[in-house]
Unconditional design. Structure first.
Length: 318
């Protein structure tokens, strides 16, 4: 097999065993500046350069951060509200069990305070004092006492709020979730907060983040690694691009939002299933039409997603 591949490359002949794409130095820099890693360039993704004027850096629309690092999730993230309202925040721990595009409420809570025990008592926050007493002799608490002394009950990081989130360990589900109200997210999730001037376009931006072009840019910002896993990072995601909401007329925005209504109520599927969903295909084609882009953009972006996904999954077999 190696000899056959070598001969095909040497004599520039076609082969089913490999794919060869050639890019100029300037083109490669353009892809990198659009937030793509080098891995997607194993395929023909030149179509991205043809639509780059329709894209915008996520950093222009959002402020972002990694989700909160508590230092001890077992005592700071709970399924019940154990402490007083002043110190408790609804939190999304991860996206593995989320199968909807929209989240109204979460079922876990983050305990965070910087107050001393005496201050907590003086404020009359009895529930918090009782919870601290309840957990103070657990193995996790004892370990933190050795490191943090009297501040052991204070989580390592303040809440990281999000309007939108996506996973850094997506598996085969690449999507963006929107919160009804700003919600704290855990470090397994990236937190994206809309800048003030874009708050009115929240639902539109949610729709655009979940188009085939934007999903490909999200996937392409990372690398495939062992067992077919896609590895994304907060910094990589925040430097990627998506369709620019500022380029749309009011009429186009309303057309896209009307089409998105049906999609956002659907269950989030694995990306290979989603790519074949008739309603999602129709939604994407409408979006690209409103941007003045040819219908071929959908097929090109969908094919690029398929190829990128299949290469990563096939790495399991190597």
């Amino acid at each position: 097999m190696i000899e056959e591949i070598s001969e095909s490359i040497l004599f520039n002949s076609e082969s089913t065993l490999f794919n060869l794409e050639e890019y100029g130095y300037d083109e490669v820099n353009e892809f990198i500046n659009l937030g793509l890693s080098l891995e997607p360039l194993f395929d023909n993704v030149s179509w991205i350069l043809d639509i780059k004027e329709k894209l915008v850096d996520l950093n222009c629309i959002f402020n972002s951060s990694r989700g909160v690092r508590s230092g001890a999730d077992k005592i700071f993230i709970t399924s019940e509200k154990h402490v007083d309202d002043e110190y408790t925040f609804p939190i999304l721990k991860n996206l593995s069990n989320v199968d909807r595009y929209h989240i109204n409420v979460t079922d876990e809570y983050y305990f965070y305070t910087k107050d001393s025990i005496s201050t907590i008592k003086s404020k009359g926050n009895i529930n918090t004092i009782e919870y601290i007493k309840k957990i103070e002799n657990t193995p996790v608490a004892i370990n933190r006492k050795n490191k943090r002394k009297n501040a052991w009950y204070q989580a390592d990081q303040k809440p990281q709020f999000a309007d939108f989130a996506t996973s850094i360990n997506p598996g085969k589900r690449f999507f963006w979730v929107m919160f009804e109200e700003e919600t704290v997210v855990n470090q397994r999730v990236t937190a994206f907060r809309l800048k003030y001037e874009h708050k009115n376009d929240k639902n539109l931006i949610h729709a655009l983040l979940n188009t085939s072009v934007s999903i490909f840019m999200l996937m392409g910002s990372g690398f495939g690694r062992a067992l077919g896993v896609t590895d994304l990072t907060k910094d990589g995601i925040s430097q990627s691009y998506f369709l620019n909401p500022n380029l749309l007329s009011t009429k186009s925005k309303n057309m896209i939002l009307n089409s998105w209504e049906k999609i956002k109520e659907k269950k989030v599927e694995n990306i290979d299933i989603q790519l074949e969903d008739a309603d999602w295909i129709k939604f994407n084609k409408l979006v690209y039409k409103e941007y003045g882009l040819p219908e071929s953009v959908f097929e090109l972006s969908r094919n690029s997603i398929f190829k990128l996904l299949n290469r990563r999954l096939n790495s399991k077999k190597i």
